[in-house]
Design a protein. Structure first.
Length: 251
């Protein structure tokens, strides 16, 4: 599942690439919402392009919560859903889940990122425990990755979002070899379509199924510092390649 992303492009660069402009709330953000490692469990604010205003990018909190709840109370809400976090949503449940079914039709969104992180578990165990290694995924041409998501607007006006996932395609199945999932990525030709209001259930399902071809992506192992609770992983060099003799995959 996708619990970590990298967003290093400035908002102005995203505006040019997606042909959008910034939409801010009453509080004007001074930050550019850039992260070398955006850890989903910290529920960061990130830029999203919402279906309701497809020509804008606007800040939203990573971690979807029901619209009837208050966004300001998100910490208390997630205390009761520690294993959920609202970070990912299985696309297979998109049309019947108690939160998602109210968002799939009119609150789809695009989450622009430079890359994202997924775990790989090697056959080798260390001290009797699985040896997990993070992999970094990016586009081969270094363009932004357009993650597919849905969002809610809470009772106090917060936008909160989640990233859609689906069954792993071959590359992801080798790397993300425990959960065997991958995020849904909208290809450049379908960005406008994903945000259109006249998409029905079949259209949405088809676009999820026929998302970005994994051949446009590259992935490689990086430092295990990404998982450390004592080492700062929000640093530029976190995506430098690290080779491990324990890794036995080809892709």
């Amino acid at each position: 599942m996708c619990y970590g992303t990298r967003v290093v492009r400035k908002a102005q660069e995203l505006e040019v690439f997606y042909n959008v402009t910034k939409l801010l709330g009453e509080e004007q953000l001074e930050l550019d919402l850039q992260y070398f490692h955006a850890n989903g469990w910290s529920h960061p604010l990130m830029w999203v392009i919402p279906q309701e205003k497809p020509n804008r990018i606007t800040p939203a909190m990573w971690g979807i919560i029901p619209s009837k709840n208050k966004g300001a109370d998100f910490k208390e809400y997630f205390k009761n859903y520690k294993t959920f976090g609202g970070l990912n949503a299985k696309s297979e449940k998109l049309f019947d889940h108690f939160i998602y079914r109210h968002s799939w039709e009119h609150k789809r969104c695009i989450i622009p990122v430079d890359g994202f992180f997924e775990p790989h578990t090697t056959p080798v165990k260390v001290k009797g425990k699985p040896f997990k290694v993070p992999f970094y995924f990016k586009r081969k041409n270094d363009d932004p990755i357009s993650l597919a998501g849905i969002y809610t607007t809470t009772s106090d006006g917060w936008n909160t979002f989640t990233i859609l996932t689906k069954d792993a395609t071959p590359m992801f199945e080798q790397i993300h070899n425990e959960k065997k999932r991958r995020p849904v990525i909208i290809d450049d030709e379908n960005l406008d379509s994903w945000l259109m209001d006249d998409m029905d259930l079949d259209d949405v399902q088809q676009m999820i199924e026929d998302d970005l071809w994994e051949g446009e992506l590259e992935a490689y192992p990086i430092t295990k510092d990404l998982y450390s609770r004592t080492i700062d992983s929000n640093r530029d060099e976190i995506i430098e390649r690290v080779d491990y003799e324990e890794i036995e995959i080809s892709y």
